[in-house]
Design a protein around this ligand. Sequence first.
Ligand code: SF4
Length: 264
Amino acid sequence: MNIFTCSPRPVLETCGLQNFNYQVDPYIGCAHYCRYCYALNQAQTDWTAEIGIHRDIAGQLAGELAQISPQKIYLGYHTDPYQPCEAQSGQTRTVLKVCLAKGFSVSILTKSALVVRDLELLRALPDAAVSVSVAFNDNRIRRQFEANTIDTEARIDALRRLKQAGITTNALICPVIPHISEVRPLIDMLAPHADKIWIYRLSIQNQADQNWLNVARILNTHFADQQTAIEQILFTTEHSYWRNLRQDLQQLQKDRQLNLDIHL
Ligand code: SF4
């Protein structure tokens, strides 16, 4: 993977998520290259070949944070902040250190267990939160859709260690793909280690988008007998599949007093 220094751009950017005003993407591109990723549709680089870093992320971020009041910054909106190269380049670790020095905190979303490396820093940040995203309990299927990520079990173990250390932990079951994702087993695996579980379906905006072209290719190769049914469900907002799954999970939530946030 080639690591290049990107042309000057803001490190701190406004964030479209509820509860967050600002986000930081320590990298440009994502080597995890999940085939369903919505950010692929706006990708500026070849994610299979290169990852961009900022020239002076510490100095630039410190200057940009000086312009706003201390608050929680989101990491993980357009790219995973724990890229494989983070182990050497330490861009995200630098962001955490700058946030700590300036009185800010973070909420992180990742698919990597490398986040555990920064456990002590996270404990020092006021009310830091880490969310881990998983989509498949069957690692054979996971490799079809996200070949460059680590096993689901390794991610959940990272979540377990973070929670044990007192960090606020969340899990995302995302994306739910009809007839492929098994949501209940994932909830069983995650519930002991996550303060809250968010569940989102695969959302495709346009059938010409790169992420849909990728998913359609995988369905055609590995799930050909179900492809038509899956596509019909995916592109029907109020399909009975979603209604039934929603009701099933709402019942589960009630029966087991789970903290689920269901977006199906
Ligand atoms: S880890 Fe996240 S940002 Fe990276 S490719 Fe996968 S879904 Fe996209």
